[in-house]
Design a protein around this ligand. Structure first.
Ligand code: FES
Length: 123
């Protein structure tokens, strides 16, 4: 039912906000894939914790409500460009009601640890 429908906004690199519907339990990566959101390079490893291209940044208030970070996610996040205190990997963050309507920011630079950080060198 529509009661179960949640929304999430992605503030993309170009400043455009992409709004997508989602539901409890869906990861941010799954949202991006299912809606085919145009976020370049996002989720390159398909959620296997091998790339860090799904790096997203939260508002403090939202960040504090997220499930605790696993050590595997932490290890991969450490390799992300533009890491902040409110960074997480989108393939590891799943939607729930308290996150409904949140906005997450897509950082300007991404690194795919499997591809020797080409994006960073071009900037
Ligand atoms: Fe690769 Fe999240 S999609 S670490």
């Amino acid at each position: 039912s529509s009661e179960d429908t949640l929304t999430v906004n992605f503030l993309n690199r170009d400043g455009e906000t992409l709004t997508a519907t989602t539901k409890e339990g869906e990861s941010l990566l799954e949202v991006v894939i299912r809606h085919r959101l145009n976020i370049d390079g996002f989720g390159a490893c398909e959620g296997t914790l091998a790339c860090s291209t799904c790096h997203v940044i939260f508002d403090q208030k939202v960040f504090d409500q997220l499930d605790p970070i696993s050590s595997d996610e932490m290890d991969m996040l450490d390799l992300a460009f533009g890491l902040t205190d409110m960074s997480r990997l989108g393939c590891q963050v799943c939607m729930n009601k308290s996150l409904d309507g949140m906005t997450v920011r897509v950082p300007k630079d991404i690194s795919d640890v499997r591809q020797d950080v080409e994006m960073a060198k071009q900037n």
